[in-house]
Design a protein around this ligand. Sequence first.
Ligand SMILES: [Cu+2]
Length: 123
Amino acid sequence: MNRPLIVAALIALPIALAGCDKKPDAPQAEAPKAAASADAMPGMAMPEGSKMGKGTGTVTAIDAAAGKITLDHEAIAAVGWPAMKMGFSAKPDVLTGIAVGDKVDFDLVVTGSAGEVTAISKH
Ligand SMILES: [Cu+2]
């Protein structure tokens, strides 16, 4: 009589454990992504005058499918920007797992006044 319950528990247990495992894995999952974008850099034609920097901020809007993200970011000395809220372009896969309200660290490439987020990770 109890067998269906035990079977259900045995099925549920690994699922619950898999769920728990996701959080510790998350930071590791970002490492290959960062490495991939770093590897991609030499092959990418970097327009003359582009600057690279690292920023910290809060996501205020995101459209991963369209490759757009708006960040309320702190000052970024490497590109000479004060703190501001602005839109960036980003490859859709860079934005995977990022949501409005997340506090994030990000890498960016600035060309003129346009910024592209090339890597992003939650705090
Ligand atoms: Cu800005």
